[in-house]
Ligand binder design. Structure first.
Ligand code: SF4
Length: 265
């Protein structure tokens, strides 16, 4: 328990704790092995392509991008199949079984990659911001203190808006969007680099477009810090209540949870 009490926090940890603290406990304290989900591999493989494509200065060809997605997705799926060979036990959304979802997301991911590197990129020239020491703002790691809590994360892309401000961008393959995530990135970038952040947005792979910008100029550090501080205090108190609800259907440690049987079936 000591490491979970003292380790830095992240947006995903905080959101997980807020949604169901028991899930946080099962995953991060009890170390229950989560059930795999093709949606997670789809997201990781798409990110790998977007990062490599932007890092190449958009010189990577569609063929190379497709190959990278294919290699990365297959490797991730195969690794998970070693842990859980029964695809009926994989998580999937809707009525689609795990095996079918693996196939479906492979085809979907390939289409999304092609669209991103060809159609979308052609119509949307984008300058990636670089840190003062020359690191490109792609999968950029940060660690800052917010409300007395060390918070860390990786920002998919920092776009140079050309007016002295920087725009955090998150690449999304799923449909769950988190303003808290963008707000945390904005606050962290301001704090770490002293640059202005007025807007943030999502690239929505599902729709093949950018979201409307989320305004960041009114976002104060203390508003974001409050949520990290509350989560951190809860973990330190050992406070892990279960919150069974609709989201149990997408919970990757539900197989180890007794609360789901009472409410969510
Ligand atoms: S199954 Fe539901 S109640 Fe149990 S840990 Fe997961 S989200 Fe929480």
């Amino acid at each position: 328990m000591s490491s979970i009490e003292t380790q830095p926090r992240s947006v995903s940890q905080t959101q997980q704790y807020e949604e169901c603290s028991w899930r946080f406990y099962l995953q991060r304290v009890e170390r229950v092995v989560p059930r795999p989900a093709a949606w997670s591999h789809h997201g990781t493989a798409f990110h790998a392509v977007a990062e490599a494509f932007e890092l190449s200065g958009r010189t990577m060809s569609e063929e190379e991008a497709v190959q990278l997605f294919s290699d990365r997705y297959s490797a991730l799926v195969n690794k998970s199949l070693e842990v859980e060979p029964d695809t009926d036990r994989w998580l999937s959304a809707g009525r689609v079984g795990g095996g079918e979802d693996i196939e479906r997301r492979y085809a979907l991911g390939l289409e999304q990659v092609k669209h991103y590197v060809t159609d979308w990129a052609d119509g949307h020239p984008t300058n990636t911001w670089s840190t003062p020491d020359g690191k490109p703002g792609l999968e950029l790691y940060f660690m800052v203190e917010l409300g007395g809590v060390r918070v860390r994360g990786y920002i998919d892309q920092l776009v140079d808006d050309g007016d002295g401000s920087v725009r955090p961008r998150d690449w999304k393959t799923g449909s769950m969007k988190s303003k808290f995530q963008l707000q945390t990135y904005g606050v962290a970038v301001r704090k770490r680099y002293g640059v202005e952040v007025n807007k943030a947005d999502w690239y929505l792979a599902k729709d093949g477009r950018l979201s409307r910008p989320v305004r960041m100029d009114g976002v104060r550090e203390e508003d974001v810090a409050e949520r990290f501080a509350a989560m951190d205090a809860g973990v330190k108190r050992g406070d892990f209540p279960a919150s069974p609800a609709f989201h149990c259907r997408f919970c990757d440690v539900s197989h180890a949870c007794s609360f789901i049987q009472r409410v969510a079936t």
